[in-house]
Structures are given as structure tokens and as C-alpha cells.
Design a binder for this molecule. Structure first.
Ligand code: AMP
Length: 282
């Protein structure tokens, strides 16, 4: 595996791969790799002949300085994992390479970026938009892989690809979970064993909601019950819990209306912010 952190060698390697007619796959990450990331890489190896993983902790998508400073990082361990997974190139640029100066351009994804993560993490998606466009422009992948744990992000990237006519096929990879249901996340390393246990309630509530949603007419009624489900769990603070159409990201009022209904949640456990979602359809 090549470890590249500047643009000339990146361009050379990309040119070699495309001369060989290889399909280039990109998996963008912020490192501290876990089995969720590894599943994206596994899919990339299936759908592309030359797999690039980027590791870049993008300051522009953090709305809290502490979260950025404390974001876990372990490049040596990550690099070993990527080698073992058969990745061809690790792109690990430093901050100055990606942002030689503070970007003046802002990416606004419109209405679908206004709620959920867009509402609770100010400017988060602006930052995501910039880094993803940079990576697309520098690497020009044929296929790109994003996790459905960050469903709103996935839909925004899908729109970005369409609106900017990137010739990129996007794959959304289902969420990889611990045995107890907790969605894998780099931030989980900050949780104590008891915190991990508390955090596993998040998905248990989502599964409860999926099982029972047909007995409720409105999203409001379901959310009230779901909050009661979570209430006894000390140490779990819900930030949002909303039911939206996952194409338009508009709130869904009636649960009997059909369409792509998804329940989204963000919660804090031991000051760690965790997100998850579940489709309420069969
Ligand atoms: P991150 O390093 O957290 O920015 O995530 C990089 C990519 O991995 C994003 O596309 C995430 O949606 C995806 N991802 C993160 N956690 C998981 C998971 N548990 N299962 C599947 N994909 C994930």
C-alpha cells in the first residue's frame, strides 16, 4: 500500500491506475478506523480495482472545538488495517494541503441540510461539502462509498454528485453494529464499558419503534412513546428524535402515509455525541 500525502505522487499513481484501465474507488474517512469503515473498504474492493482510502480530520465540519481536538487518531494502527485489507493507496494530506487558506466558497445543500445534523451542528454540512468536493476533484473516483449511518450526509452527497455532474457511482453501505446493536463509531472509544452499555439502548429504542410504529397514527405519538422508552435509562440524553422522509428530509406527520419514512436520533452518553437511524418500512 502506498502512503501518499502530497499531490504530485497522488496524480502519478492515479494516472498509472487509469492507464491500466482500473476503476478507482474512494472511501473518505477521518481515521480511527473500525469495522464500519472496513465494511466500506470491503465493498470498494468488490466494486473497484484500485482502492483509495483518505484519512483527513476535517476541521471545517466540526462545530465544537473540543470535539475536533479530542477526535481519536491512530495513523499507525489505521495504516496496518488498510494494508491488511488490500487497500492500494492511503491519502493522508495535512491541513495546509487541503486548505492553503480559509476557503471563501461555501457549499449550501439547501433545504435537506437544514434539519437534523444541519440544525444541531451549525456549518457541519458546509464543511462536509467542501472536503468531499476536494477529494472528488483530486482523486476523480469512478465509485465512492459512504455509510448509511450518516444517512443525511449520504443523501446530500448523492445530490452533490447529481447537481455537479460528477461521473461517480455512489454506494451507501448499511450500518455496522456491535453485537448489542450500538452503531460503530470512532467516537465510541471515548465511552467507558458502562457508557457503551447505555449507548446500546439507542438502537434498542429504534428497533422498538420499528416494531410498533403501525400501532401509532402520528409521528408525534410514536416519538412521545419512544422518549418514554428511553426515559428510564440514566446517562442517555436525547438531542433529537425525529421522523422524516429520507428523500426530502421533510417531517412526516402521519405514519400511515407510506413513502420513505425514517426515524433519526442523536443522543449524548458521557458527553459523546452519537447518531443513528432506522427505516420504519419493512
Ligand atoms: P468517519 O470516519 O466517521 O467520517 O466515517 C467515514 C465513513 O464511514 C462515512 O461514510 C460514515 O458514514 C461511514 N461509517 C461510519 N460508521 C459506520 C458504521 N458503523 N457502519 C457503516 N459505515 C460507517
Amino acid at each position: 500500500m502506498l502512503n501518499v500525502n502530497e499531490l504530485t505522487s497522488l496524480a502519478e499513481e492515479l494516472s498509472k491506475a487509469s492507464k491500466k484501465g482500473m476503476k478507482i474507488g474512494l472511501v473518505p474517512t477521518m481515521g480511527a478506523l473500525h469495522d464500519g469503515h472496513m465494511e466500506l473498504i470491503k465493498q470498494a474492493r468488490i466494486h473497484a480495482e484500485y482502492v483509495i482510502v483518505s484519512i483527513f480530520i476535517n476541521p471545517l465540519q466540526f462545530n465544537q472545538a473540543d470535539d475536533f481536538i479530542n477526535y481519536p487518531s491512530n495513523l499507525l494502527k489505521d495504516s496496518d488495517k488498510l494494508k491488511n485489507a488490500g487497500v492500494d493507496l492511503l491519502f493522508n494530506p495535512d491541513l495546509k494541503l487541503i486548505y492553503p487558506k480559509k476557503p471563501a466558497v461555501k457549499i449550501d445543500f439547501g433545504n435537506i441540510s437544514r434539519n437534523l445534523e444541519g440544525a444541531f451542528r451549525l456549518n457541519h454540512f458546509e464543511g462536509v461539502g467542501l472536503i468531499v468536493m476536494k477529494l472528488f476533484n483530486l482523486i476523480k473516483p469512478d465509485v465512492a462509498f459512504f455509510g448509511l449511518k450518516d444517512l443525511q450526509q449520504y443523501v446530500l452527497i448523492k445530490n452533490l454528485i447529481k447537481e455537479f455532474s460528477y461521473p461517480i457511482k455512489l454506494y451507501g453501505v448499511p450500518t455496522v453494529r456491535e453485537e448489542n446493536g450500538l452503531a460503530l463509531s470512532s467516537r465510541n472509544v471515548h465511552l467507558s464499558p458502562s457508557g457503551l452499555n447505555i449507548a446500546s439502548q439507542i438502537y434498542k429504542g429504534l428497533v422498538w419503534a420499528k416494531k410498533n410504529f403501525k400501532t401509532f397514527n402520528t409521528s408525534e405519538a410514536l416519538i412521545i412513546q419512544l422518549k418514554k422508552f428511553y426515559h428510564p435509562q440514566d446517562g442517555l440524553t436525547i438531542e433529537y428524535c425525529e421522523i422524516l422522509n429520507s428523500n426530502t428530509f421533510k417531517p412526516v406527520k402521519s405514519l400511515q402515509s407510506g413513502g420513505k419514512i425514517t426515524l433519526f436520533i442523536a443522543a449524548y452518553v458521557e458527553s459523546v455525541r452519537l447518531i443513528d437511524n432506522i427505516s420504519l418500512q419493512e
